[in-house]
Write a protein that binds this ligand. Structure first.
Ligand code: NDP
Ligand code: HSE
Length: 440
């Protein structure tokens, strides 16, 4: 029986998850595929560091090039991350007529359009299930399970580390740095955790998922991105008092002929289905015109969940190799010559509810001055709380608004933050009250 040869670059967290899954589930994999997946080579720069999953020494190398040039290797698995060498290795592998599997969403968000073209020119495929939502089969669902739909909304939690931090801050009372340290120790965070906490990683994933959903090329630069690093535990507490839970949401919508993509901290009602998604779990709502609303939920990061997604790509590709058929499904679901740019909707045009925390002097007339500016910009207030007396010169005044247009909100906050009685920039957090579809 023919074996499918695998070469893996990056013996790190995900690399270990793939190696363990291939080893522990070899029988189930072979029974589904009719052939074994054989790990022939593992490349990493540092072969001495202790790992949770061992590799026989004869498979190890520090030279990834050996994998690209090994005729026994059919599929190259890139799990080293980054935009530099990873891009070169993937190009080289495809040009050497090898198939590629990667979990590298940063690389795909920036260079996916180019790499998919190179794959097509060489009659090869790139599997990237692990790049969005860790172990959740989001790519397969968008590309195959929902292929009969026009998809207009993708809405959810796409970063395990940020969700883990917010959960530990809300439920465990941890401070930000301690919660991030835990996420790193568990293998959820990126090598540079700024990608997680500044929202960039979720934006990479949203750019990829939106392209698959709406039939566009990947447009990472069009994703509006804010992270959770500026979140104060005070806002988490005030949000709780208003009945909200804080989540880093990724929202892609294709409505009224325009595509809007945004990632930002968001308050959602405590009874919202995403409010209960905690720790490193991810969940996405997708709305298709035939299927209606669906939700996919599972571990969004971590060694074995991500290993599971990589192995599912290996099996898909192995089926094509065994059947000697060219890749049947276009990488971004739509045929490459049918992908089209759709006009973009900037963040300034969205309409949603807002939470504001003003740091103002505790003086008569402050509230009416602030509400006057909001009113003049067509922003109406639905609730206000003012807590305690002045500390360090200011008192927090917290407001929740009805739906307002973002451009008006920004104009009003600029004016308010210039007032002498306002001592620090106003904290703004958007609120989403809808399940999946809003007509923003
Ligand atoms: P790790 O840092 O744990 O592993 C990466 C490994 O690649 C390290 O051992 C690193 O070695 C090695 N490496 C770096 N450069 C080279 C090179 N030139 N040649 C050979 N090996 C190299 O990262 P993760 O496993 O966490 O992530 C890998 C990829 O998977 C990233 O793209 C990440 O975004 C993605 N991903 C991660 C998930 C997770 O839960 N961790 C989930 C989904 C996707 P050294 O440390 O010595 O530099
Ligand atoms: N750092 C990423 C996260 C890994 O926390 O979601 C999974 O893509």
């Amino acid at each position: 029986m023919r074996a499918i040869g695998i070469g893996l670059i990056g013996w790190g967290t995900v690399g270990c998850g793939v190696i363990q899954t291939l080893r522990d589930n070899a029988e189930a994999i072979e029974n589904r595929l009719g052939a074994p997946l054989k790990l022939l080579r593992v490349a990493d720069l540092d072969l001495d560091r202790p790992r949770p999953v061992a590799v026989p020494s004869e498979l190890l190398t520090t030279r990834a090039e050996e994998i690209m040039n090994d005729p026994e290797i059919h599929i190259v698995v890139e799990l080293m991350g980054g935009l530099g060498a990873a891009r070169t290795f993937i190009r080289q592998a495809l040009e050497n007529k090898k198939y590629v599997v990667t979990a590298n969403k940063a690389l795909l968000a920036h260079h996916g359009n180019e790499l998919f073209d190179i794959a097509r020119q060489n009659g090869r495929a790139i599997g990237f299930e692990a790049s969005v939502g860790g172990g959740i089969p989001i790519i397969k669902s968008l590309r195959e399970g929902l292929a009969g739909n026009r998809i207009d909304t993708i809405f959810g939690i796409l970063n395990g580390t940020a969700n883990y931090i917010l959960t530990r801050m809300t439920e465990g009372g941890l401070d930000f740095d301690a919660a991030l340290g835990e996420a790193q120790a568990k293998g959820y965070a990126e090598a540079d955790p700024a990608l997680d906490i500044e929202g960039t990683d979720a934006a990479h994933k949203l750019a990829i998922a939106s392209a698959l959903s709406f039939g566009t090329p990947i447009q990472f630069d069009a994703v509006y991105t804010e992270g959770i690093s500026r979140i104060d535990p005070l806002d988490v507490q005030f949000g709780e008092e208003f009945g909200y839970r804080l989540k880093l949401l990724a929202i892609g919508r294709n409505t009224n002929g325009r595509v809007g993509m945004r990632v930002h901290p968001t308050f959602i009602p405590k009874d919202h289905i995403l409010a209960g998604v905690s720790g490193a779990y991810n969940a996405v709502h997708i709305h298709g015109n035939s299927v209606g609303n669906i939700m996919l939920y599972g571990m969004g990061a971590g060694m074995l969940p991500t290993g599971s997604a990589v192995v599912s790509d290996l099996m898909d590709i192995a089926r094509d190799i065994l059947a000697e058929t060219p890749p049947r499904i276009a990488p971004l679901a739509f045929l490459p010559d049918r992908l089209k740019e759709i006009p973009l909707k900037p963040i300034s045009d969205i309409s949603t509810c807002y939470y504001f925390r003003f740091s103002a002097l505790d003086r008569p007339g402050v509230l009416s001055k602030i509400s006057g500016i909001l009113g003049a910009n067509e922003i109406s207030i639905s609730a206000v709380i003012q807590k305690g007396r002045e500390t360090e010169g200011s008192v927090p005044i917290v407001m929740v608004t009805h739906e307002a247009v973002e451009a008006n909100v920004r104009k009003a906050l600029e004016e308010i933050d210039r007032l002498d009685m306002v001592l620090a920039p106003t904290q703004l957090i958007r609120i989403e009250n809808h399940e999946t579809q809003a007509d923003d």
